[in-house]
Every structure is written in C-alpha cells, then in structure tokens.
Ligand binder design. Structure first.
Ligand code: GAP
Length: 461
C-alpha cells in the first residue's frame, strides 16, 4: 500500500512550480478540470481535458510499449473492475487494506493518523484533540444486482494486480509462457482515501499500470533489483530528471501485508520526497492465497525438474495520474525571452500532447491553403494543433506553456519559396526548411530532443 509522503522534512526540491501554480496551469490550458465543476466539483475527483487526455494516452501507450510490445516475456490482460468478492477476501484486502483513521473531538474532522503533523488538526487548527486511531478499510463497495441488501455487496478493485493473479493459470496455459514471465494490465482502481489534498497525486478513482512478473523463487531477488533499475530507466526515458528521482527501500514496518520487500521510485515533489511507483517483492503470497480460497491449483510445472512450484512475484506498480502530475512538475520552467517572462513545459516529444503546432503568420485567407496542407501532412505522423488566432508571439507562448516541442510557421514567403520556419521550444531557435523536406526535418529535431537514458549497468541501487 502506498504511503505517499516520507516522514522526514526535506530541503526544497528543484521543482520550479508549487502545487497552486500547476493546478492553475492545468485548468487554464485544459489538462485537468475539477470534476463536475458546474455543480461545485466533487472531493478529489478530476476530469481530464483535451490536453490531459492526450498526455495520459501518450504515457499509457509508452508504458505498454516498454512493458508489453517490446518484450517477449510479458503479455497483457484486461480484467473486470467489479469481480467476485471472494477475490478480496483471499487477497487480504477485506481484512488488511486499512489506514489508521483519527477523528478530531472538536470539529469531528477525520484524518489519516500518519499524515498529521504535531498532532495538529488540519481543519480547526487545535492541538491534541484527536481521538484514538481506528483501522478504516479503504475499499469502495457497491451493490450488484436487483436486491439492494448486503448479499449483493461487491467491491470496486483497489488494485489491478489481483486480476493478474486470478488469471495466472488461464494465461499460462493459453500462452505456454515459461518462467520468468509477466502479466501486465492498465485500468482504473478505486480507494476510499482518507486524505486527498494534493490534486491528482492521491484521488479516490485513479488509473494504475501494473505488471506481475512470475519467476522461480531462486531468481526473485535478482529480478527485484533488475526491475528497480528498469523502472527507473523508464521514468528517465519520459524525460524526468535524474536528480529529481531516487530509489528507496521500505522499512519493515512500512511493508504491505503481501510484501517481502518493496522499493519505491520516489520523486522530489515541492512538499518533499514521495512515492511515484512501488516495486514490490510479493513472494508467493497471492498465488498461495488464491489457491487456498478457490481450491484450484495455481502452480507451475517446472519442465527441467518436473516438479510443481509456486512462482514468486515481482511487481512494478505505477499510477498513471501520478506519473502525469510528476512529469508536469518536472517539466515546468519559467524563463525570459526578449525581456518577457515565459512559462514553458520541457516535455519529451513522445509525452507532449501536441508535437507540432502549425501557425500561419497571418489570418489572411491567402496563407490558409498552404498552412492546412502542411498541417495535414504532419498529422499523418504527429499530434498537430492548427492555430491562427492572435499575434504570433502569443501563439508561441501558448504552445510553450503546453509543452509543444516544435512550431511550424507559414508566412507570405512560403507561397513563393515553398519553405516554412521551424521554431524550437527550448532554445527558440528558428530554421527555414523546404516543405518537401519538412517531415525529415521535424523527425530529426524531435529525435534530438529525446531524453538520454542510462544503461542498466549505469544505475546504482
Ligand atoms: N498492486 C500494488 C499497489 O497497488 P500501491 O503502492 O498501493 O501498490 C501503486 O499503488 C501505485 O499506484 C502508487 O505508487 C501510485 O503511483 C498509485 N496510487 C496508489 N494510490 C493512489 C491514489 N489514491 N491516487 C493516485 N494514485 C495512486
């Protein structure tokens, strides 16, 4: 279970935006809106706007590409969100998926005991007013079927992981995968979180991207180390800076009920180091539990020894919403161009919601056909935004603020020389290229912006 914040106060992170600045940018530019805002919103629920939706899709696809498409040893599934409640009894979530809840005797506010500072009530500000902690189950439940009593009680999954465990045998027999192999899944999870105050960092409905890597027990510790490095590399490949990331092993008392060892990839948020992704060694806990509760055999026949074994599991588990927030924090920058302040997101090209903006210099009809031709050509390969409103300077600023790596400007000379100007976001450098060579020029410039990723050997754990 993720804990989010580390206990020790840390010096300010190198991140240039505070939470308020980022929330405001996200709303202003259409990344994230408060959910159902016209009704006053809903606590800790958010709706993603056009840019946020595209950015999430990009991150989701990059994860799938790295974890499934580019590998021979991992396959994907999509399991039901609401499934047989026995799954959650077997997994331990019904009895153990709890957080310590305390209630303020003065204002009756309820808080997570381990998130309180100096025993101060975050609501009424009084000190030492909290009652004794009690364990609060974080699963959200619903009633399934036409009878609205407890016989129809079912749970919204609090993690995608169990879908992979209960399908272990189905997947292994249909794919005939040999150990070690993984099952990956992306999808919504739900938790009735007590404290939800950091925007999309912690919400009650969120999307997870998880992979269960089944392996021989003797290999499991080495594979845990391997996945720690591999997952850190993936975050770097999305452009998050190395100095803002660290790997941290959990202390024994922090471990979840299923875990033998867990390491977090942490990011240095403006409020301190916090969990971005958890990489857990789950041992044989889940397969053993499900075998006991379902009465079905969940073992693997080792072809070398001809013996049945219960595989051990290493699990990298990441939240899509949290990855997006982290990338936005890391990419945010303010600088000065020609004496004017600008806000810029240094997003990696594959993550940016818009890859290329096409900007006709003037709104005059004469430029539109050429600008539309350029944008249709680019659209075949890239995410393009066509923008012909306001001055060119303001349009550049708008694109910088949403992290668009390249702008292509069509001007009156373009009609004569069939050439356009590419303007690069980070340097604001401009080059003139023929329309005939535009696709190659854009590809080369995007390639140059792709983040460098260290090899596995270069990462220390
Ligand atoms: N299957 C293991 C598991 O779910 P977790 O550490 O509880 O482990 C994994 O969650 C990741 O999911 C976290 O590292 C975080 O990125 C994301 N996550 C967890 N709870 C979240 C929440 N309430 N809101 C947003 N993201 C969350």
């Amino acid at each position: 279970m993720e804990r989010g914040l580390t206990d020790t106060p840390e010096p300010a992170s190198g991140v240039k935006a505070d939470l308020e600045t980022l929330v405001s940018l996200a709303k202003r530019r259409g990344f994230v809106f408060p959910s159902a805002e016209i009704y006053g919103g809903f606590a800790a629920a958010y709706d993603y706007g056009p840019l946020g939706t595209q950015m999430r899709r990009n991150i989701r696809d990059l994860w799938w590409r790295a974890m499934v498409q580019e590998r021979d040893d991992i396959v994907g599934i999509e399991a039901a969100i609401i499934t047989n409640p026995d799954v959650w009894v077997a997994s331990g979530h019904v009895s153990n998926f709890t957080d310590p809840l305390v209630e303020c005797r003065e204002c009756q506010g309820r808080f997570r005991a381990d998130h309180l500072e100096d025993d101060l009530c975050p609501n009424c500000g009084r000190k030492n007013t909290m009652g004794p902690p009690r364990q609060f189950n974080m699963m959200l439940s619903t009633i399934v079927g036409p009878v609205s009593d407890d016989s129809g009680r079912a749970y919204m999954r609090p993690e995608t992981a169990q879908g992979m465990f209960v399908n272990f045998d189905n997947v292994q027999t249909t794919t005939r995968k040999r150990l070690p192999f993984g099952i990956a899944q992306q999808g919504k999870s739900f938790r009735n979180e007590i404290t939800v105050k950091q925007f999309i960092f912690r919400t009650r409905e969120f999307e997870q991207m998880e992979m269960e890597y089944f392996c021989h027990p003797s290999e499991s510790l080495d594979l845990h180390t391997y996945w720690k490095k591999e997952r850190l590399r993936w975050h770097l490949s999305l452009g998050i800076r190395r100095e803002h990331l660290r790997l941290r092993d959990h202390d024994a008392e922090e471990l979840s009920h299923y875990s033998k060892a867990t390491s977090d990839v942490e990011f240095h948020y403006p409020w301190g180091w916090g969990e971005l992704e958890g990489i857990a060694h789950r041992g044989d806990f889940d397969l053993t539990q499900h075998a006991q509760h379902s009465g079905k055999k969940l073992t693997y026949l080792d072809p070398e020894t001809n013996q049945h074994i219960v595989p051990h599991v290493v699990e990298p588990a990441l939240g899509l919403d949290r990855e997006m927030l982290t990338i936005l924090f890391d990419a945010y920058d303010e600088d000065e161009i020609g004496g004017e302040k600008r806000v810029v997101l240094h997003l990696a090209p594959e993550v940016a919601p818009v890859t290329v903006a096409v900007l006709p210099l003037s709104k005059k009809d004469t430029l539109e056909p050429t600008a539309r031709e350029v944008s249709s050509m680019l659209r075949k390969q890239y995410r393009v935004q066509y923008d012909d409103t306001q001055s060119i300077g303001r349009r550049y600023r708008r694109q910088d603020e949403i992290g668009t790596p390249l702008c292509v400007t069509v001007d009156f000379d373009s009609l004569e020389d069939r050439a356009v100007t590419i303007r690069e976001r980070d340097t604001t450098e401009q080059i003139r290229v023929p329309i005939a060579g535009l696709m190659d020029a854009v590809r080369d410039r995007l390639e140059a912006l792709r983040p460098a990723v260290p090899s596995l050997d270069e990462i220390e754990v």
